[in-house]
Ligand binder design. Sequence first.
Ligand SMILES: NC(=O)C1=CN([C@@H]2O[C@H](COP(=O)(O)OP(=O)(O)OC[C@H]3O[C@@H](n4cnc5c(N)ncnc54)[C@H](OP(=O)(O)O)[C@@H]3O)[C@@H](O)[C@H]2O)C=CC1
Ligand SMILES: CC(=O)C(=O)O
Ligand SMILES: [Mg+2]
Length: 546
Amino acid sequence: MTSDRTASSLPPLLDAVHNRETAFTNEERHKNGTLGLLPDAVETLDRQMERVLWQLDSKSNDLERFLHLNGLSQRNETLFFKVVMSDPKRFLPIVYDPTIADACLQYNRLFERPQGLYLSLRHKGHVKEILANWPEKDVRFICVSSGGRILGLGDIGANGMGIPVGKLQLYTACAAIPPQGLMPMLLDIGTTNQKLIDDPLYLGLRQAPPSSDELDAFVDELVAAIQELYPHCCLHFEDWKGDDAIRLLARYRDKILCYNDDIQGTAAITIAGLDTALSIKGEALKEQRILFYGAGSAGIGIANMIVSALQDEGLSETDARARISMMDINGLIEPSRQDLNPSQKVFAHSHAATKDLAEAVKSIKPTVLIGVSTNAGGFTEEVVRTMASINDKPVIFALSNPTDKAECTAEQAYRWTDGRALFAAGVQFDDVTLNGKTLTPGQANNFYIFPAVALAVWATQARRITDEVFLEAAKATAEQVTAEQRAHGLLFPPQKDVLRVEINTAIKIARQIFKSGLAQVPEPEDIVDWIESKLYRPEYTSANGQ
Ligand SMILES: NC(=O)C1=CN([C@@H]2O[C@H](COP(=O)(O)OP(=O)(O)OC[C@H]3O[C@@H](n4cnc5c(N)ncnc54)[C@H](OP(=O)(O)O)[C@@H]3O)[C@@H](O)[C@H]2O)C=CC1
Ligand SMILES: CC(=O)C(=O)O
Ligand SMILES: [Mg+2]
């Protein structure tokens, strides 16, 4: 857990925010009482990083590296961000997707120190008191999960805490938002996961989740407490069970400052990928037939935002929806289905019932196939080969996380399409060499979007976050894929540049927030300098709360 940044009463070496360890000078050691508690050497941050990199190299797998970095984040926050931000391509897959999935699965067993706020349903009626226990008093973002659908792992209850922790670390690592004011939260509402309930080392509530009405009342209490204690706080919903995610976003989006990353962030990165893919194909979005495999929070979120983007291209809502078909675990979404929710019903177009994706592909002839199903291998050889027989350059996005949940691998997508697929996945697959040509798969992951949105929202003190913000983020992200990168088939900016890319995206979003009248601070003359001046830098300086 973070400590209060301004007035910490912790001993210097136990205070992760201010700790410099061997970088404390002799003068500082005299003053803060650490003389003799540290070895003689006085080191620079770079030298300290060299040691961490050596330690990471000596680990035998990424989960061990995750644990080592996680320990570092709780010991010396500046050094942690220095390391992660030094090489995002290498470290994002370790502190976040996919390694974080392994950590979440065993979170109760790996647990050493709490890293976020646990709000248990047992605390109903006392939410404000619990929130007030958090040491930081100016909270700007709460990333809250119920653990109900963590990545593609299903309901893992309180083990889901790894995700809010990891997502908020990315606010800083990918968009230089200062870590103070970021609160990871696990809303412990119980779990349907019997294996965890039976595990003596499980740390969460051992009961079934409540009814939607009871859950909504609990979240209402949380929202009211946040507004009272932290009036500038944005609520980031992450990895809730699909129908909870959709219902809660609809409940709050016009009332408070909030967003759902799985619905809106995922939509934005998918639209960014479609934008670049279609520019490579030389086609417009309105010319596409899009088939979704998976119609939950991510699928519905992407579909609705594509409808908005198509409306911006001049289509009516009905015509826009007509370009989108969806399947879920019970088959194609079509009018005879009796089990559809209102968000799905609007995508029910006349078609024979089928549960067979290959059959649906043959009949609908999609130009774009998007997997958000959690069903590993759902894009079979027959499905992918059919996409290749219909399309010169089939767009295939297998977005389910983590790696072993992807609907197909990059290697399969390229092999079964003779290297013609414009492919992206939620994780970064390795390059594939086919017939002497190297193909680089895209990573369509919302980490390109939500930190940038958060940076713009924080800087402008936006009152609300609209879908236009996410469409702007999509456009700004796609624009940063150069012509040369597109020529090589790249759909997204390279991860190594993620910080620069997201700061640029945030600048564009901030402009849009000012234009829409949702900012609560005066518009600066030079928005670029203004944003740059607010950025966190992983250095031992007083500006970073040192
Ligand atoms: N790349 C990225 O940035 C992101 C990726 N994701 C990934 O997308 C996946 C889905 O997330 P989300 O939409 O929030 O989850 P939900 O649980 O809300 O939705 C999953 C959807 O997939 C359907 N489904 C499940 N099994 C099958 C199957 N065998 N065949 C066809 N459809 C199936 C479900 O149907 P039913 O409801 O009927 O069971 C539901 O419609 C996850 O793996 C997640 O990690 C999510 C957000 C961002
Ligand atoms: C990436 C992400 O948000 C998810 O898989 O849920
Ligand atoms: Mg998510």
